[in-house]
Design a protein around this ligand. Structure first.
Ligand SMILES: Cc1cc2nc3c(=O)[nH]c(=O)nc-3n(C[C@H](O)[C@H](O)[C@H](O)COP(=O)(O)O)c2cc1C
Length: 188
């Protein structure tokens, strides 16, 4: 896929097919991800490619977090939402947790590293998209959750900055138009 065509057609995918995604596609996407720009070659990112039993554990935790939001946890609505939260993740071919290295003694470097990891995530999503694989970059409760962190077990200085839900898209949302005029000032 031509580069600009790929990046303009990429969409955040919310509904995925159950169809498996080959590990080689994940490897290729990570290879592209780690070629993102990063100041002083700190390579601050780490990708946890999650499938199988670990994904199941994470899906279970996701469903527990979902039900915590309900006042009446025994209501039909709450139970259904809990089940859906589990099933959605359990049926995904892959979940990728992305961490960035925290370097809190130097706030400038910490910001730069965060920016570099965000670039790496975009590279990852575009490389996957090139293979027809869609992704959703999700933040939310799971990112900060202690129990989810225990399941993934990243290093002490790693911060989880997102989960990428991954699979072949069942539906590709329409483009959300951007405010082009407001995004640029030409200085001559
Ligand atoms: C840092 C970051 C966090 C995001 N978190 C979520 C999320 O938790 N849930 C979600 O549905 N989308 C999330 N998104 C995706 C955005 O909602 C999406 O990129 C935006 O609506 C534009 O749509 P597009 O990606 O299809 O162009 C996130 C995107 C970024 C960059």
């Amino acid at each position: 896929m031509e580069l600009t065509k790929g990046l303009l057609s990429r969409r955040t995918i919310h509904i995925f097919k159950k169809e498996p995604v080959e590990r080689s596609i994940i490897e290729k996407a990570i290879h592209c991800a780690i070629h993102a720009p990063n100041h002083k070659m700190t390579e601050p990112w780490h990708f946890y490619a999650i499938t199988g039993k670990t994904k199941e554990k994470l899906a279970k935790r996701r469903s527990e977090l979902k039900i915590e939001k309900f006042m009446d946890k025994d209501s039909e609505r709450a139970i259904k939402a809990k089940e859906q939260a589990y099933t959605f993740m359990a049926e995904l071919p892959w979940v990728i947790a992305v961490t960035t290295h925290r370097y809190s003694v130097d706030p400038v470097r910490e910001k730069e590293d965060f920016a570099a990891t965000a670039c790496a995530i975009q590279n990852f999503m575009l490389a996957a998209w090139n293979e027809g694989v869609g992704a959703k970059w999700a933040t939310g409760q799971l990112v900060k959750d202690k129990k989810a962190r225990e399941i993934i077990n990243p290093g002490e200085e790693e911060e989880i900055i997102g989960f990428l839900f991954l699979g072949y898209p069942k539906d590709i949302p329409k483009i959300k138009t951007r405010k082009e005029q407001d995004s640029i000032s030409w200085l001559d």
